[in-house]
Design a protein around this ligand. Sequence first.
Ligand SMILES: *Cc1c(COP(=O)(O)O)cnc(C)c1O
Length: 405
Amino acid sequence: MIDSLELITQELHRLEETKTYKYETALQGPQGGVVKVGGKEIVMLASNNYLGLSNHPAIKKAAIAGIKKYGYGVASVRFLCGTQEIHYKLEKKISKFVGCEDTILFSSCFSANEGFFGSLINEKLGFENYKDVLYSDKLNHASIIDGQRLCKSEAVDKKIYNHADMVDLERQLEEDKNKEYRFRIIATDGVFSMEGDLAPLRNIVELAQKYNAIVFVDDSHAIGVCGKTGRGTPEASGTLGKIDVLTGTLGKAIGGAAGGYISGKREMIAYLRQKSRPYTFSNSLPPSIIFGAMTAFDLLSKDRSVVKRLHGNTAYFRTEIKKLGFTILEGDHPIVPIMLGEAAVAQDMSAALLKAGVFIKGLWFPVVPRGEARLRAQISAALSKKDIDRALGAFERVGKKMKVI
Ligand SMILES: *Cc1c(COP(=O)(O)O)cnc(C)c1O
């Protein structure tokens, strides 16, 4: 008889042996620029709390007001009795902020991405025999990959293009030009979480126009972060209003609690309300989240200083960490990969930095290619200059001790 727990235990041991086991470190308080771990104050360089809104007084106050006014939860999905007027209000706010006609909320961006591809590709829409084609960046987020996995294999050709490689993407589009595909969809992260680089959206939009493709962009690491006013990669790349389907999370810069969305053309969003399974069969977002997120967008619209502070902190950290002699991947996103090479170095350095008062996570194979192990710093507007300097000091001490610099 096969013992399932025995096999599972073996796999857990294998993860530990190959150093791919994911350990959790519990914070003893709220997320912030400085957090409490093991009774000590630690500078946080690993969160997606880009704007420092996770524990912002105005956001917390709004969330509490949401509960007081609209309750704790709605105990339903949207189309039954789970829509409150505030759901539409937040959707309108997001649409306005990202420059799209309409928006549909999900419980997370993961489910937004799971809800998009299949709802389009698995439907005949008047065709008896059809095939769609997906072009997906090699480094796309797991939720885009899983969303595409939910498409019926007979209805779609799934193609992967090399990361941000427009020559490769165009080669594939050209190759398929005369094939009778129904929809052609190009799917990309707006910002790639391992590299902190932005997708070449201008080129992608151009190619999409040339080959009549739909552009899908997941701006989870970019909403509230990229562009002068935090409107995301379309703002940063000058393609505002040119992205057909724009998804994002409310779980990173926008307060960091939970929630996701898809923005796009009115008809597309109306269609997703009918066909998207995580929308139809999963609970509505609670009022606390809706109020928190609305306040985050209001704050961003009224006050440009938060995004400016994030960009300033990022530029400062990038300059100073290089001055210390570390090698980083160049760019301007608050995700700053500090390249170390061997997995063991990244692991040891991450542990040593925690002891020295800096919370930072390492990434190594198989998450990134072999020999490209790194620490991934994520800068936040919640960090003061003093916090960043404290972190840089720890980097210098630990880096010298480990002979990395
Ligand atoms: C974080 C992230 C998600 C998941 O967002 P959730 O709202 O936490 O589900 C999806 N896509 C990308 C690109 C992300 O970085």
